[in-house]
Write a protein that binds this ligand. Structure first.
Ligand code: HEM
Length: 412
């Protein structure tokens, strides 16, 4: 008990940089969204029946007959959108301010694993109401496994639990959808433990010697963010509950009728666009894996000499080009595979990968332009590893224990 109190005390008096902007709110907003999803999901689970003949009706029952059932259901459905929105902004913040660089690369890696689990969980959740979109999304996405050489078809039968998406598939999807949010919650704890090892970064990307206690300063600031998100969620749930969903999912699943246009939820659209950008299933899957790998390995492929995007004017252009391109990808992914959407989707996919290449070249250019000649030749000789003056000097990152130069603040 004394240990718990001690750790709780350490958590609330955690020393955070004094200059954290509202961009640092999105981690707590994501954690709050996860909490909302677990609570509302549990309430839905009290009535939901994972059966191909009753799933659709059980959800309708919750909506029409259960007291406040509509509130749980719509909050759960729209909460997923809020969750993804918060996490996308959280990741973009990380990219812009260089939060992903040394020594917080493991915070990024655990974050990325959570992101993957979120994708799987949200996809499984979409299947549960057993509407037309649920059924066909499950069929289309799981069928991608059949492209794996040699074992693809056997693996697909194993995962389906039969020769098509059916009762066995629904039962196991429900099981995973129930358990995965708790796995994500465990990873959130790990994410924060890793973050607290070196402390939070900050918008300037330099060592922060001016720190304040997390409580009350950032608890109040985080609560304000959560309050704003609550307002958005309430407006969505009470006034536009179906704004972000597809009308076809109000039609019960019918394996004999394929919907005209199968689209996933908005938060999957950029990745869906990449998947469809080549007229070949295997090629699409390889591109999708490459797109996710670029994001996952960002700390390894981008080691800027200046951490914060605030002081990297060329990078700022690149960053906003990337964000605009992701929106374009999402938009083209939500449209039919016809002219001109398909062509736009292909160009946007090319631009997506171009971002990572150009960022890599820009980092190289910055090193050349910004590092004094002496350091550059030393780096060439032995690499700026542990023997380099850069890595020996204290300071330069986010906390005094961060072993980098105060001026450069970068992670190589
Ligand atoms: C379930 C989803 C997630 C939750 C609940 C979560 C939570 C948090 C929290 C509370 C913080 C500290 C406050 C802040 O910096 O905003 C944080 C920091 C961080 N997160 Fe996440 N996170 C999630 C997903 C991700 C993802 C997907 C990534 C990247 C792939 C990521 C990367 C980071 C990084 C790099 C930091 C350090 C920021 C800094 O101090 O400069 N997180 N996260």
């Amino acid at each position: 008990m004394r240990n718990i109190t001690k750790n709780l005390y350490k958590l609330i008096t955690y020393k955070a940089p004094i200059n954290l902007s509202y961009h640092w709110n999105f981690g707590s907003i994501a954690a709050y969204a996860l909490f909302i999803q677990i609570v509302t999901g549990f309430m839905m689970a009290l009535w939901y029946i994972p059966s191909v003949t009753q799933a659709f009706d059980s959800v309708e029952y919750v909506m029409r007959e259960v007291n406040y059932g509509w509130l749980f259901r719509y909050t759960h459905a729209n909460g997923a959108s809020v969750f993804f929105c918060a996490v996308y902004i959280h990741m973009a913040r990380g990219i812009y301010y260089g939060s992903y660089t040394y020594p917080r690369q493991w915070v990024w890696y655990t974050g990325f694993i959570m992101f993957m689990l979120m994708i799987v969980t949200a996809f499984f959740g979409y299947v549960l109401p057993w509407g037309q979109m649920s059924y066909w999304a499950a069929t289309v996405i799981t069928s991608l496994l059949s492209t794996i050489p040699l074992v693809g078809n056997d693996l697909l039968t194993f995962i389906w639990g039969g020769i098509s998406v059916d009762q066995a598939t629904l039962t196991r999807i429900y099981g995973f959808h129930f358990i995965l949010p708790f796995v994500i919650a465990g990873l959130v704890v790990l994410h924060l433990v890793l973050l607290h090892q070196h402390g939070s970064g900050n918008p300037l990307g330099v060592v922060s010697y001016d720190n304040v206690s997390f409580h009350p300063f950032y608890t109040v600031k985080d609560l304000l963010g959560i309050w704003v998100v609550n307002t958005v969620l309430i407006v969505l749930v009470c006034f536009y509950p179906n704004l972000l969903s597809h009308p076809d999912n109000y039609i019960p699943a019918n394996p004999e009728v394929t919907p005209l246009h199968i689209v996933p939820e908005w938060y999957f659209l950029p990745f869906y666009a990449i998947l469809r950008s080549v007229p070949n299933k295997e090629g699409g899957i390889l591109l999708l894996i490459a797109a996710l790998a670029c994001l996952a390995l960002f700390p390894a492929i981008s080691k800027p000499v200046i951490r914060s995007g605030m002081f990297r004017p060329l990078f700022q252009h690149l960053f906003w080009f990337f964000i605009a391109n992701c929106v374009l990808l999402g938009w083209s992914g939500g449209n039919p595979v016809t002219y001109p959407y398909y062509e736009i989707c292909q160009v946007a996919t090319l631009f997506y990968f171009l971002f990572f290449l150009l960022n890599y070249l820009l980092v190289k250019l910055e090193i050349k332009l910004l590092l004094p000649e002496g350091l550059l030749s030393k780096k060439k000789e032995g690499g700026a590893t542990s023997s380099s003056p850069l890595s020996k000097k204290k300071g330069g990152g986010g906390t005094p224990s961060d072993p980098r130069s105060p001026n450069l603040g970068g992670g190589f």
